[in-house]
Write a protein that binds this ligand. Structure first.
Ligand SMILES: [Zn+2]
Length: 179
């Protein structure tokens, strides 16, 4: 493992232990050349997952990107890091074990929304408002109708840095009978 600071190749493992959810090994490393310290995670990857985006582009599934999009939705929410880790690992496992050659970004977005709904209502609405784009105000009302009070308006939504980010300019879903 190369040092991220100086590029040295002889970094040493100082400490090694399971992550909070037991799905990874966390290693604390130090570089003898520059004394830089960093942490690496070793995880089981059951198989490579390819994500088919709305644009038609295919990209490798990126667990870190999924983690970031969930972190953004959960910003300043009182949710234990351990539960977030379990959600990210759970979604990753579902994708890896689904047996499909590729998975759509929509399908990942649905998994994230289902997971967030059980974790934190506000984070759920934040993610959904970006993911679904709320092209129709009705969608937002429908969503709010399924939740309690204390929900932020879509203006407070995070930027579209989501693993399942909607492509800009993608056509919105329209209901039959509506203009
Ligand atoms: Zn170094």
């Amino acid at each position: 493992m190369r040092c991220p600071y100086c590029g040295g190749s002889e970094t040493q493992v100082k400490d090694s232990r399971p992550s909070e959810d037991g799905a990874a090994i966390r290693r604390r490393r130090v570089c003898p050349d520059c004394a830089g310290r960093f942490t690496t995670f070793e995880r089981v990857q059951l198989r490579e997952v390819v994500v088919l985006k709305r644009s038609g582009k295919r990209v490798p599934f990126d667990r870190d990107k999924l983690q970031r999009s969930i972190d953004v939705a959960l910003r300043k929410r009182a949710v234990e890091p351990e539960r977030i880790e379990r959600l990210v690992s759970g979604i990753t496992r579902q994708l890896e074990s689904a047996g499909e050659p590729e998975v759509t970004s929509e399908a990942i977005g649905e998994l994230v929304m289902a997971g967030l709904k059980g974790l934190d209502d506000v984070a759920y609405v934040r993610f959904a408002s970006v993911y679904k784009n709320f092209r129709e105000a009705k969608d937002f009302e429908d969503l709010l109708g399924t939740l309690g009070d204390g929900i932020l308006p879509p203006a407070a939504a995070p930027g579209p840095d989501a693993a399942a980010e909607p492509e800009a300019g993608a056509p919105g879903r329209r209901r039959a009978g509506r203009p």
